[in-house]
Design a protein around this ligand. Structure first.
Ligand code: ARG
Length: 581
């Protein structure tokens, strides 16, 4: 990355000049304004404070040393001190050329790195609940989790995806009871989650009239926990069938999660966890239950065992983190879970810290907001029910189909259908990932499917457009364009739109890296959107195929580099790109 190169160059100069200040913490940033260079650093200001000198003078000294060094000189077209003591760097044309050529050479590998080599990241995502419908919150977790999984993977981390399904707990007594008395294997297997939901609703209705039912359900839970054959069999059936439903959605979304360990997997560990916490003096009895007291940390107590002896979601999470550390040696665990569980996760992380289960593992709550309907209200159907994910996806695909019908009526039905899936699914994912994950997101269908806003179709269309440029070139010239960024070609590209694109292309690897650092796929989305809009500005104002031959080749090569980077970015976000649209 050029940014790192600049950091290295600055460090070398600083070490040579002000040896003792080698450890100074400074930044190299992307300036907001173009005329402040491609990169800008505050290093002189940081040093000036410690040297008790004028920052502008320190900046001048550093600039002159950088320019003196022949090697670093080649990096920049210009290096200048500016304002109160910033140093602005302007990348040389040669470096821009090199980078663009690298994109053409490395193709889908451009933007990957090895910075995470040797480190393991566990991503806890999707994490649906058995026998309950997967809701839009789980959809967000799935989409964001998969994008982070891809992003970390591209940076060389070993990534382990774990679907921490809710497949254990007292609610299963009710489900088992309901299934035993009113359930039908065939009917449930046909439409698993929907039928299970019906059974659950029926249980609650009947329990209102018949107080005994709750007690009977508790008995079923106990039997399940004691591994009663029949109950285990029913429970396994419920889990299996629910996952069948979930897998349909994962398949549509093209999501594959490495492990589905789930809460039940940790059941055996739970008594040990509470015992250990008690022995170490962290857990204590409170009103008959066991809690970890977090008062010293300004947090409410963390309940790990109920008065009736039952363990909880919380106890399971302690065991889960311990397992992930012991088994996978996780350096980082990302919990892709909605904002609503923020306090809970804070308590959990603190408890883990006290217990010392994962001492050098970074635990991170990757929070996200709610999904809202068009008018910013609760996301529901016209009747007020929650929206089913299948319906949501079907609607997106259907609307995408209409848009494609309009845009490109000449395509065959089959092709239109295929593209509609890619565009519809892409639109749902991009709508989520292009917004800051902390905010609530809105399903604004028109915006999601628009061809000229910040949307998946817009980005996909930009790639398809570049693809068709090449097709056209090939057909007209009966040959494959040989795309390179050799000097004569590059020199034909002019300042303004064309060079700006080359400059921006340098920054893609940094966007990926910062997306990982901040666990925000949004930063990749933002980057590719900016790139696409710069490119489209260029495309709309300059002829590409109808120009002099060398210039045409240079512009085609530039277009190709843009397409590669757009596609790489979309791939990280889990979004496919059709060849044409
Ligand atoms: N199943 C939970 C829910 O739907 C999410 C689990 C998140 N992961 C975790 N380790 N707590 O709310």
């Amino acid at each position: 990355m050029i940014k790192q190169e600049i950091e290295r160059i600055i460090r070398a100069v600083v070490a040579a000049k002000f040896g003792s200040l080698e450890d100074a913490v400074f930044e190299v940033e992307n300036p907001k304004q173009k005329d402040n260079g491609d990169y800008s650093s505050n290093v002189a200001m940081v040093l000036a404070k410690r040297l008790e000198k004028n920052p502008r003078e320190v900046a001048d000294e550093i600039v002159s040393d950088i320019l003196k060094d022949p090697q670093s000189g080649g990096y920049f077209r210009k290096v200048e001190a500016a304002g109160p003591g910033f140093i602005n760097f302007y990348i040389s044309d040669e470096k821009l050329r090199e980078n663009a050529q690298k994109i053409l050479d490395k193709k889908e590998k451009f933007g990957r790195s090895k910075q995470g080599e040797g480190k393991t990241v566990v991503v806890d995502y999707s994490s649906i609940n058995i026998a309950k419908p997967m809701h839009v919150g789980h959809l967000r977790s799935t989409i964001i989790g998969q994008a982070l999984y891809n992003i970390y993977g591209s940076l060389g981390y070993k990534v382990i995806g774990d679907n921490h399904i809710g497949d254990w707990g007292t609610q299963f007594g009710k489900m088992i009871y309901a299934y035993k008395y009113w359930g039908d294997k065939k009917i449930v297997a046909k439409n698993p989650v929907e039928e299970m939901t019906k059974l659950y609703v029926r249980f609650h209705k009947e329990a209102e009239a018949n107080k005994e039912l709750d007690e009977l359900a508790r008995t079923e839970t106990k039997k399940l926990q004691n591994k009663d054959d029949e109950n285990i069999k029913i429970w396994k059936f419920l889990v299996r069938e629910s996952l069948k439903d979930a897998n349909k959605i994962y398949k549509i979304l093209n999501v594959k999660i490495d492990y589905t360990l789930g809460e039940s997997f940790y059941d055996e560990m739970l008594s040990g966890i509470v015992r250990e916490a008690t022995d170490k003096g962290y857990a204590k009895k409170s009103e008959g239950a066991m809690i970890i007291d977090l008062d010293n940390f300004g947090l409410p107590p963390f309940l790990v065992q109920k008065t009736d002896g039952a363990y909880l979601y919380a106890t399971t999470d302690l065991a889960t983190a311990k397992y992930r550390k012991e088994k996978w040696n996780a350096d980082k665990i990302l919990y892709i879970v909605s904002n609503e569980q923020a306090l809970y996760l804070e308590q959990m992380f603190k408890s883990l810290e006290l217990l010392g289960y994962c001492p050098d593992t970074e635990l991170k709550h990757v929070k996200f907001g709610m999904v809202l309907g068009e008018a910013g209200k609760k996301f529901s159907t016209r009747k007020g029910d929650t929206v089913k994910l299948e319906d949501l996806i079907a609607k997106a695909v259907d609307m995408a189909k209409q848009v494609i019908d309009e845009k490109n009526p000449g395509l065959s039905q089959k092709e239109k259908k295929k593209i509609a899936w890619t565009v519809g699914i892409g639109a749902i994912k991009y709508n989520d990932l292009s917004q800051n994950r902390l905010t609530d997101i809105v399903f604004n269908w028109d915006k999601m499917l628009s061809f000229d806003g910040n949307s998946a179709p817009y980005l996909q269309y930009t790639c398809a457009r570049i693809n068709s440029l090449h097709e056209k070139y090939k057909n007209e010239n009966r040959l494959e364009a040989i795309l390179t960024f050799q000097k004569p070609h590059l020199e034909l590209l002019r300042e303004g739109a064309e060079k700006d694109i080359l400059r921006y292309l340098v920054k893609y690897p940094e966007a990926v890296e910062s997306a990982a650092r901040e666990n925000s796929p949004h930063l990749v989305a933002l980057y590719i959107y900016n790139l696409a809009s710069d490119y489209n500005t260029f495309y709309n104002s300059y002829p590409i195929l109808k120009t002099d031959k060398d210039l045409m080749k240079a512009r085609l090569a530039l277009s190709e580099a843009v397409a590669i980077v757009l596609k790489n970015g979309l791939t990280l976000l889990g979004i496919d790109v059709p060849d044409r649209m």
